[in-house]
Design a protein around this ligand. Structure first.
Ligand code: PEP
Ligand code: MN
Length: 353
């Protein structure tokens, strides 16, 4: 993809791009009070949900187009840029009519190609930055597909928002980060800016600082953080919103890493890693060859592929051994299970030949 920068004029390109504001626009007073406090704390781009996709009916579904006039006032009074989520063609036309500067596609919408296609068609010929949140389900292709639909109508100021992925049982996070998915997105589309949404990943205000730092450590280009003048009384997502003053503290505490720094000093170590990876591959190939030989033996003797006792023994003894060598047990278990699964697959092929 040939992308243009999503940076809006006047926004410092050396700092992470920060978008902050309430989950939802609630009243004109709440929007303007929050906006003034954000502007006083140096924020340049405000967010506010105008149309809210809610899991169940009966929740607050957003103030609708009325709130767009409040955002227009924010621009006039504070000079901040404003942004909102769009989920339908009508949302796009209304937001553009009121001069919204940046749009994003929400996680539930990204998961629906029909909806994304409609939004894309409404944006044809419009020069505006558009950010695409990850779909609620951990499907990288769906995320890329949504970006491609927008790119195909000529939107080149594109970015991605990592807001985490739904899971059935919520423990620490409201939405599991699964950092490897946005990392893989960056590998596939290297010039695509990625913005972290620690508010929706964490679901709790205490997690915003550590999640934001992790995003900076991974070289993310920006943050979108839910910020409200009176977080505890927010009409949606109260537990994860912070005040503009707290936001400023969070941002001031961040350590911003330099992704452009030269990596010459690392080249020797990287060479060693390359060599070790070569060895790992050779060893794995050898292990698979032996597995296939065992498969041939099992076929000749009419044995089943999986010998449960043996597998249990391998798993446990190797994990103990790994632990002694300073390797994390959960990590080792994943590796061993993957190797075992592939060995079984190879042997099943042989048995059925
Ligand atoms: C939001 O940004 O308030 C929102 C609804 O987020 P998501 O689409 O990530 O759930
Ligand atoms: Mn929200």
């Amino acid at each position: 993809m040939e992308l243009e920068s999503i940076l809006l004029p006047g926004v410092d390109p050396k700092r992470p791009m920060v978008i902050a504001g309430p989950c939802s626009a609630e009243t004109e007073e709440q929007v303007l009070t929050t906006a003034r406090e954000l502007a006083a704390n140096g924020i340049k781009i405000m967010r506010a949900g105008i149309w809210k996709p809610r899991t169940k009916p009966g929740g607050f579904e957003g103030v609708g187009s009325e709130g767009l006039a409040w955002l227009k006032r924010v621009k006039q009074e504070t000079g901040m840029y404003v942004s909102t989520e769009v989920a339908t063609q009508k949302h796009v036309y209304e937001a553009l009519k009121f001069g919204v500067d940046l749009l994003w596609v929400g996680a539930r919408t990204t998961a629906n190609p029909f909806a994304v296609q409609e939004i894309a068609e409404a944006l044809q010929g419009v020069d505006i930055p558009v950010l695409v949140k990850n779909p609620v389900n951990p499907d990288l292709e769906l995320w890329i597909g949504a970006l491609e639909r927008l790119y195909n109508v000529g939107i080149t100021k594109l970015g991605a928002i990592h807001r985490g992925f739904s899971s059935y049982d919520k423990k620490i996070y409201r939405n599991l980060p699964q950092w490897h998915i946005p990392i893989e997105l960056k590998r596939r589309i290297p010039n695509l800016p990625i913005i972290c949404d620690p508010s929706h990943i964490g679901g709790k205000r205490d997690l915003i600082q550590p999640l934001s730092q992790q995003a900076m450590d991974l070289g993310y280009e920006g943050l979108i953080i839910e910020t409200h003048c009176d977080p505890d009384h927010a009409w949606s997502d109260a537990a994860q919103q912070v005040t503009p003053v707290r936001l400023k503290e969070i941002l001031d505490n961040l350590i911003i890493r330099d992704s452009k720094q030269t990596t010459e000093d690392l080249s020797e170590l990287r060479k060693q890693i390359d060599e070790i990876d070569d060895q790992l591959l050779e060893i794995l190939a050898k292990r698979m060859r032996i597995s296939r030989e065992i498969g041939t033996y099992k076929k000749e003797h009419n044995m089943t592929v999986v010998q449960t006792d043996r597998y249990g023994h391998i798993l446990n003894s190797r994990i103990v051994q790994a632990n002694e060598m300073g390797i994390n047990s959960d990590f080792m278990r994943i590796i061993l299970e993957a190797i075992h699964e592939e060995s079984v697959r190879q042997q099943v092929i042989i048995l059925n030949k």
